[in-house]
Design a protein around this ligand. Structure first.
Ligand code: SME
Length: 157
């Protein structure tokens, strides 16, 4: 039985091997959402990306995901995803109901982690949002594992 950090290291290798050389960012996001959900199963209730809308600059629009219906757009600064986009920092939230401005796309979600995804220019391209039906489902090991994946997702050749 692998530890959580071993699972993250393995899925990171798989994702980066599949997306290397791929020119479509959508294909890269879709691959990561799929393989993360395959690896962590039901622990990841909603797994996917909100991408910076180039037409607006300060708004996220839903990208590839696995899970129940997500809301389509999130302004920078709103909810957990918007906070990650506005600050450029990972948001680890044990109880989403206590988070100011949390957007309840699905009322079954109780905790979440949102990790920024840098583009090739080093600027924010998207955020990865993972939600759980459990409270306090994510810890600093999840944060380290997901940051390692998101940091390389769009830049690996
Ligand atoms: N929970 C997020 C909204 C997106 S979804 O849950 C899919 C937030 O507050 O940013």
């Amino acid at each position: 039985m692998s530890t959580k950090s071993e699972l993250y290291a393995d899925v990171r290798k798989q994702i980066l091997a599949v997306v290397a050389g791929e020119t479509s960012e959508t294909a890269r996001y879709a691959t990561a959402a799929c393989l993360l959900r395959e690896t962590f199963g039901d622990r990841y209730f909603w797994t996917g990306f909100y991408v910076v809308d180039p037409a607006k600059g300060d708004e996220l629009v839903v990208g590839p995901y696995q899970g129940t219906m997500g809301c389509l757009r999130i302004p920078f600064g709103k909810g957990v995803c918007g906070a990650a986009a506005a600050t450029g920092e990972t948001q680890l939230v044990e109880d989403v109901h206590a988070f100011p401005g949390h957007i309840a796309c699905d009322s079954r979600s109780n905790s979440e982690i949102v990790v920024p995804v840098p583009g090739r220019d080093g600027k924010l391209a998207a955020v990865l949002d993972v939600d759980s039906t459990e409270f306090g489902a994510f810890d600093t090991e999840d944060q380290a594992g997901l940051e390692a994946i998101c940091g390389a997702l769009l830049t690996v050749d």
